[in-house]
Design a protein around this ligand. Structure first.
Ligand code: ADP
Ligand code: MP5
Length: 272
């Protein structure tokens, strides 16, 4: 018998097209050598063109999934993706505290504040922003917003690298230990510079910008690869460097699917 690998929990929604959400998270966990557990928050009706329906899971069922896997299977890291509503955020907070996920607990907690799909379809209610800021940010080991999420959460419209630093400071003031301001949407920047900040030091993570529309699931894949490295005992800067290398390779291996935007491929290591 071999020993169990580290276990990582994703608290996120399903993408019926298989490109983003829990489907991207589980592929990434598999590729990173960790066991993935899921607390499903919502089922989306989604394909390469966008989201046409959402069915939320009852908030108490989301919290119960967290308790069930944490108390039996044990977790070495957890991450969020689509959280859908304030009711879900309010229900999961006491469950996270009970099993020691997040600051003050033993288990690193990556909050990816997913607010919309790449097509602009809403995945988090506007009324959930206060709960996201007030309940989850102070518990986070790391938050990983894209630039649209930065604007929603802080009101700051990031257009260049100087704005990115201002935004990192404003996000850090909301309570997370570390902030990663992702630069994928800094369209005029030839590099996809992601900026990591812990309240004192800025760490720049440059990367190539591939000329492709097939980046569906890139944020989920990045946050899941970072969470996998944290579960294996990496520090936050080590885990984010690992994640950046992992997402660059996954974007390089992205493939077209359907009539719209195809997914990045966390399984770039496997032959197809
Ligand atoms: N075209 C691209 N080429 C290479 N890396 C990319 C590309 N687009 C995004 N990335 C990287 O993918 C990750 C997620 O990026 P971003 O687009 O900012 O967030 P989200 O997917 O949440 O909208 C970041 O590390 C970003 O630098
Ligand atoms: C269920 C779910 N979770 C997350 C995303 C974000 O991914 P993207 O920004 O690539 O559309 C999504 N589209 N669907």
């Amino acid at each position: 018998m071999t020993e169990a690998p580290p276990r990582v929990l994703t608290i996120a929604g399903s993408d019926s097209g298989g490109g983003a959400g829990i489907q991207a998270d589980l592929r990434t966990f598999f590729a990173c050598g960790v066991h993935g557990c899921v607390a499903l928050t919502a089922v989306t009706v989604q394909n390469s063109l966008g989201v046409t329906g959402v069915a939320e899971i009852p908030a108490e069922t989301v919290a119960a999934q967290i308790l069930s896997v944490a108390e039996d299977i044990g977790l070495q890291a957890a991450k969020t993706g689509m959280l859908a509503s304030a009711a879900i955020i309010e229900a999961i907070t006491p469950a996270l505290d009970r099993v020691g996920i997040g600051r003050g607990g033993r288990t690193p907690f990556v909050v990816d504040p997913v607010s919309a799909s790449m097509h602009g379809d809403q995945l988090l209610a506007d009324s959930a922003l206060d709960a996201l800021r007030g309940l989850l940010f102070p518990r986070a080991t790391l938050v990983t917003p894209n630039l649209d999420e930065v604007r929603l959460i802080t009101g700051i419209a990031v257009e260049d690298r100087a704005d990115q630093r201002v935004a990192a400071k404003a996000l850090h003031a909301l309570g997370p230990e570390w902030v990663l301001v992702k630069g994928g949407h800094m369209w005029d920047d030839p590099e996809c510079l992601d900026l990591l900040y812990d309240g004192s030091e800025f760490i720049e993570l440059p990367g190539p910008r591939y000329d492709t529309r097939h980046t569906h699931g890139s944020g989920d894949t990045l946050a899941s690869s970072i969470s996998s490295a944290l579960a294996k005992g990496a520090t936050v800067p080590e885990a984010v460097r690992f994640g950046k290398d992992f997402i660059v390779r996954s974007v390089a291996a992205a493939y077209p699917l359907g009539a719209g935007d195809g997914p990045v491929s966390p399984l770039w290591r496997l032959d197809r």
